[in-house]
Design a binder for this molecule. Structure first.
Ligand code: NAD
Length: 248
């Protein structure tokens, strides 16, 4: 594994208890960062922490609650001294159905976690990065946000929102040593698959020219570079992880 030097950096990873977020958290830990896992799954988070015996902590935090997010970020900053890296991986897929059959509450919940949650975390974190003239943020969007998957409109819409949010934020802070980017993965086999129909999983695989699912470590590799000091120029950009699916 190539290593980017993240020693001394404080890295927050939402959804870091499992899946892509856990792979990112692990890679950052192995690269020398102090990792703060932000998640609502206490059991998975404790297992994750056990594998990172020093330089790690856990905040049981629902990212959809703006006041709680502000308070937790203040505590993290006070106790650790800075917030250098934020990776927003927390998200849900929601059920698969056509828009005409979608329940409004399901639509709202997906938008609330995937888009509002990412907004809440970015808004609460960036002022600390501005004060320090340093920060790296990666939001995990999805190729669904570019392509608009059938039977997953709320998910696709939320991820298109994350892409636009990232582009706006990148421009707003491009005058500082702050880089804000997003990645657009194709499907990776994690527990998020439990929320989807087999038909939808088969559809996603059929769309990937590589002919296989993305490995979470492949996502972590690109994200680690985006979060390193070496990424000193790219910001407000969308990095493809779709195995050849995305056409732009
Ligand atoms: N796995 C894929 O196929 C795939 C493809 C493209 C994009 N993504 C995106 O990557 C990200 C990670 O997905 P994953 O596959 O690792 O999913 P996952 O289900 O394995 O992990 C998601 C984590 O987010 C946490 N979470 C959910 N709601 C939360 C909330 N309100 N507050 C805090 N934490 C919360 C969960 O507890 C869980 O630990 C998601 O944003 C997902 O949309 C995944």
């Amino acid at each position: 594994m190539n290593k980017y030097d993240l020693s001394g950096k404080i890295a927050l990873v939402t959804g870091g208890a499992q899946g892509i977020g856990l792979s990112v958290a692990t890679r950052m830990y192995e690269s020398g960062a102090h990792v703060v896992i932000v998640d609502i799954d206490e059991v998975f988070a404790q297992t994750a922490l056990a594998a990172m015996p020093d330089r790690s902590s856990f905040h049981n935090l629902d990212i959809t609650k703006p006041d709680l997010v502000e308070r937790n970020l203040k505590e993290i900053h006070q106790s650790l001294g800075s917030i250098d890296i934020l990776v927003n991986s927390a998200g849900i897929a929601g059920p698969n159905a056509k828009v005409i059959d979608y329940k409004f509450n399901d639509w709202k919940q997906i938008l609330e976690i995937n888009l509002d949650g990412t907004f809440n975390m970015c808004r609460a974190t960036i002022p600390y990065m501005v004060a320090n003239n340093y920060g790296r943020i990666v939001n995990i969007a999805s190729v669904a946000g570019k392509e608009g998957n059938p039977n997953a409109a709320p998910y696709s819409t939320s991820k298109a929102g994350v892409i636009a949010l990232t582009k706006s934020l990148g421009k707003e802070h491009a005058d500082l040593n702050i880089a804000i980017n997003c990645v657009t993965p194709a499907a990776a086999k994690t527990r998020i698959f439990d929320q989807m129909s087999q038909e939808h999983i088969d559809f996603m695989l059929s769309k990937i020219p590589r002919g296989r699912f993305l490995e979470v470590t492949e996502a972590a590799s690109m994200i680690a570079w985006l979060c390193s000091e070496e990424n000193s120029f790219s910001t407000g950009a969308v990095f493809d992880l779709s195995g050849g699916r995305a056409t732009y």
